[in-house]
Design a protein around this ligand. Structure first.
Ligand code: 5AD
Length: 346
């Protein structure tokens, strides 16, 4: 199915995926207010614009209070859930800060509309199991850790030797054992990657009983070493858009009741990418909360859209985009995936 190019077949897959998301998850689209609170990163992933070796990036770390205030803005605006994302740091100072922010946000976001406070997703990379446990105990109940590719060879072309696919897999195991709702995902269009590998990635999501998927096309950042060597998924034009939408649609058809994000990267390769993502089975949107003056420093890839939009502008723009595809923005709910809820209450 991933190789489909025929217009009628593509339409058939799109309609099946759209039917599946509405049937399994409902018409609602859930917001996750995305706060990219620091671009300081100790890793050197070959594709990422904020990799340690990119000395062209000015590094920032938001103040804890600033992060808490952004989260509370989300709560006041009915978002229900947030994602705290940053570059990867393993030092205790960083971990303690994340834990303090999670606790403060949890406590201060409780209201009549959100009796259990905001739903908090963390996306802060690989950590030892006991650190994940502390983060969970602090009140985060979801964790995103993209596997990037489940193919060892491809993973290794994307990462330096000190990053191992097996270690990331182990982290996903720990997160699940601890009780997190676990999210993962891959990039498509990596040099050397094949359709078979992407099909295996989808089967991996299924085998690992994953709750949430965030994935998108690989977009070259010129200050990084991973080349775009014109392989079969060359990062240009319609092919990558088609592949991205097929990945979402087929993941929806195979996994059925998980949450799938229509990512910003999708909008980078197609101005209507997020709407198309929703029509192909996605049900999550992550509006940007990162202060506009810091956004330009959080460029994982080039041409990242919405650089200058304030959080208010993101809110109204995304609301319009969602309504344009006849879906409804959920208010004041965590929007846990049906898959995770079924595991909890079979
Ligand atoms: N193109 C697309 N996505 C990227 N990411 C990082 N760099 C790029 C890029 N150049 C994605 C990775 C990472 C997530 C936070 O952003 O999948 O896990």
């Amino acid at each position: 199915m991933l190789k489909t190019t025929d217009t009628e077949d593509l339409k058939f897959i799109q309609e099946a995926a759209e039917f599946s998301v509405i049937d399994n998850c409902g018409e609602h689209v859930h917001y996750r207010g995305l706060i990219e609170f620091s671009n300081i990163c100790h890793l050197d992933c070959y594709y990422c614009g904020i990799r340690k070796s990119n000395s062209g990036v000015e590094r920032f770390l938001l103040k804890e209070q600033e992060v808490v205030d952004l989260a509370l803005w989300c709560a006041d605006n009915g978002y229900g859930s947030i994602v705290l994302q940053s570059g990867e740091r393993k030092d205790r100072k960083f971990v303690d800060s994340v834990i303090r922010m999670v606790k403060a946000i949890k406590k201060q976001s409780i209201s009549e509309a959100l009796p259990e406070g905001l739903g908090i997703t963390l996306c802060v990379g690989e950590h030892p199991k006991d650190v994940y446990q502390e983060m969970y105990d602090a009140g985060a109940h979801r964790y995103l850790l993209r596997i990037e590719s489940t193919n060892t060879e491809i993973f290794n072309t994307m990462h330096p030797d000190n990053q191992k696919l097996s270690e990331r897999m182990e982290c996903l195991t720990w997160l699940r054992e601890i009780g997190f709702q676990v999210g993962t995902g891959v990039m498509f269009g990596i040099p050397g990657q094949t359709y078979d590998m992407l099909a295996d990635d989808i089967l991996f999501f299924k085998k690992r009983d994953i709750d949430m998927i965030g994935m998108g096309p690989y977009i070259v950042h010129k200050a990084t070493p991973l080349p775009n060597d014109g392989n079969q998924f060359q990062v240009k034009g319609d092919d990558l858009v088609r592949l991205s939408l097929l990945m979402i649609a087929i993941t929806r058809l195979v996994l059925k009741d998980v949450n799938i994000a229509a990512t910003t990267a999708l909008q980078t390769v197609d101005p209507q990418g997020r709407e198309k993502g929703l029509m192909h089975g996605a049900n999550i949107i992550m509006p940007q909360l990162t202060p506009t003056e810091q956004r330009a420093k959080y460029l994982l890839y080039e041409d990242k859209p919405c650089q200058d939009d304030t959080m208010e502008e993101c809110k109204s723009c995304l609301g319009g985009r969602i309504r344009s595809v006849e879906r409804i923005v959920a208010q004041n709910s965590w929007g846990d995936s049906k898959h995770a809820l079924k595991r909890k209450h079979p």
